[in-house]
Design a protein around this ligand. Structure first.
Ligand SMILES: [Zn+2]
Length: 337
């Protein structure tokens, strides 16, 4: 399992504490899109497919079509990766790597430490889901190491990802894998990791600095325990922190505006590897959406690879091989025994 200095139990209690609050925020705001409406164009689904689909018959550890439909979502469904959007974590900043706003300006109404804490909770959320996926993977097999039919989805009864409903082990594993991938993909859409700011205008609330990185953020490498927080990394104000952190919401105290989600997000656009075109202001600027999508595809592949490595570390090569086969195959009972 992967560890964090914060400790997962403390994190769970914090999540439980915020879960009791009722929020009234705009529902269209919060991720690479998951469905084809409201200006969203199934960006999460496309990113997940590009990263994890089987591209050649020889490829191993890639997801077969029906299982990929279930993980990535398909027309009319959210899938495991899209599930955090309609689900109870929609407005929880840590599930979407939002809420990490800060600017190095003397009158900015929020501390750098709070911004760092918010983004770090998103990383911890990924670790929590990864660890749960690893743990529940054991429930797919019996004591002889064979796949249990009862723990698999069927064509008639595919996985459901609503909270606490579908207890079948493969569905639980895909749910946690999906939640981890969703947060990782959102990191690139919601933070300034890849961004190039508008160089023709002064930096500030409406033109926050960009870090101009390409590819996977080393800070999101979950194989590493407590890597240093990237200097200057922020995401947009929004989610539950905006009403609970005592800083007056995204409009800030005394009208001192914070960098918000609407300004910074690169959520929507046409996803084409290397050529994606963004439709939000920040995404359309300087190819920022394209860089976010390409990084999200690379990170999605890397997160799945991390999970494969952890399954091998925790269960040994042979058992892990059966588990991975059970996860990616559309017919595990025929393919994986
Ligand atoms: Zn999201």
């Amino acid at each position: 399992m992967v560890s964090t200095s914060q400790g997962v139990s403390g994190f769970i209690s914090r999540i439980t504490a915020v879960a009791g609050l009722t929020l009234f925020l705009c529902a269209s705001a919060f991720a690479f899109g998951t469905v084809s409406l409201l200006g969203q164009n199934t960006e999460h689904e496309k990113i997940t497919r590009l990263a994890l689909e089987c591209k050649t018959p020889e490829q191993i550890n890639c997801f077969e079509p029906k299982t990929l439909d279930s993980l990535a979502g398909k027309k009319g469904t959210f899938g495991a990766v899209g599930a955090p959007d309609p689900g109870p974590t929609l407005f929880r900043f840590f599930a979407h790597c939002s809420g990490g706003d800060f600017l190095a300006a003397p009158d900015y109404p929020r501390s750098k430490e709070k911004a760092e804490e918010a983004l770090t909770l998103c990383r911890t959320w990924m670790i929590l889901n990864l660890n749960r996926a690893i743990k529940v993977s054991a429930d797919m097999l019996n004591t002889e190491g064979q796949i249990k039919k009862s723990q698999l989805p069927t064509p008639l009864l595919p996985c459901g990802y609503a909270e606490g409903v579908d207890k079948r082990a493969k569905c639980q594993v895909l749910k946690h894998l999906g939640a981890m991938l969703h947060a990782a993909q959102d990191f690139y859409a919601h933070s300034n990791w890849v961004d190039i700011a508008d160089k023709s205008k002064p930096l500030g609330r409406f033109n926050p600095p960009g870090l101009e990185n390409r590819g996977v953020a080393p800070w999101l490498n979950l194989r590493v325990t407590d890597p240093p927080f990237p200097e200057g990394l922020i995401s947009g104000c929004g989610g539950i922190d905006a009403v609970t952190d005592g800083e007056g919401g995204c409009t800030g105290r005394k009208g001192r505006l914070r960098v918000d989600h609407a300004t910074l997000n690169k959520d929507n656009g046409d996803v084409v590897p290397g050529k994606s075109i963004g439709k939000t202001p920040r995404g359309a600027l300087n190819n920022n959406f394209r860089f976010a999508v390409d990084a999200a595809i690379a990170d999605t592949s890397d997160k799945w690879q991390t999970m494969i490595e952890l399954l091998i570390t925790n269960y040994g090569q042979d058992t892990a091989k059966t588990m991975i086969c059970a996860l990616v195959s559309d017919k595990p009972l025929e393919d994986c025994q």
